[in-house]
Design a protein around this ligand. Sequence first.
Ligand code: ZN
Length: 393
Amino acid sequence: MTAEKAKQEAAPPEAAKRRYTPKLLIVAGASAGLLLVGVAGAALWLWPKAPDAAEAKAARLAARRAAVPASAPAALPAPTPVAAAASAAEAAEPQPSPAVVAEASLERLQRRLGEVLGPKGAIEAGRSGELRLLTRSSSVAPVRDVGNKAAAEPTSTQDGRPTQAATPRTGPWSYSGLGGPQAWGRLKPEFSQCAAGRRQSPIDIRDGIALDLEPVQFDYQPSGFSVIDNGHTVQVNLAPGNSIEVNGKRYALQQFHFHRPSEERINGRQFEMDAHLVHKDAEGRLAVVAVLLERGAAQPLLQTVWNNLPLEKNEEFAARAPIDLNQLLPTDRRYYTYMGSLTTPPCSEGVLWLVMQQPVPMSAQQIDIFSRLYPMNARPIQQAAGRMIKQSN
Ligand SMILES: [Zn+2]
């Protein structure tokens, strides 16, 4: 039975549905009680909180269910704990039966589960003929979404109902869950590069060609700034007047922001954090200077930024004192360089990356402060795919 179950779970959705159809027919028979008790028992154990109007919900869901074609096969959500418990309770081997009986059985199963669960949850028949358990708990395991790894992480809507993972996702991007990096390319048409791009960032920097690279010329000066928590990171916007020159081109500094842990890796090594200094030239091309941040002494410029953290997200906090970005640069200005992309949607390519080789220290306390806001906001490593990496001798 274990091997059989494994096969069922590995099977594509259609096959899974076919396999489950006879199972539901069994419910019409003598073994229904076992299954119901198993599901209900698991539900009671897993989800102690209750929806307010399970019955009203069940009625609404039954109405929704009526829109489903009578021949639609039924399936239980496969990888949830409830389904796992149900699998343990299900003893019967599949037996063939007409689809119309399955439909009637499904209705009855749905009704019976609703009765047994009482205030602990409600059963919804999904559009594709599967049954979903609805509860109020935020720790609810997600419904099945075959083929979307990001959707396998626990998630729920604000009213506590499990998110319907089968619904096309147009929500905000994030670093985990349904809007996580694996899904970025599908969230919006303009994010397609996140999935289809072949020169993406970040990468694990290794096997660079050591050369006498021209140093990056940093023309930074004390500048007024404001801090914003944009929901993805802490970003510092600067007054104009800061720029770099590299490869004979001048790029003006737009903003800088942080990632934890570092997005860049050097020979596989990841750092506590990094700072990305985003510059743009007259034609709109981007050059990003990455400063790796490691645990050590306190970093005065970062402390100034942290001191000016806004209380609210998406509200810019204008600082009263200026900052001098020279303070954030390492003393050794050697760097790695390669062509990549933005590391956040829309993942646009054609970005010149300049990664400083020497990490800059910041204190554990300073790292902790950022961690409280963003414990993890680093995009996973992308394929270098044979791109040339150069590094200063
Ligand atoms: Zn960044």
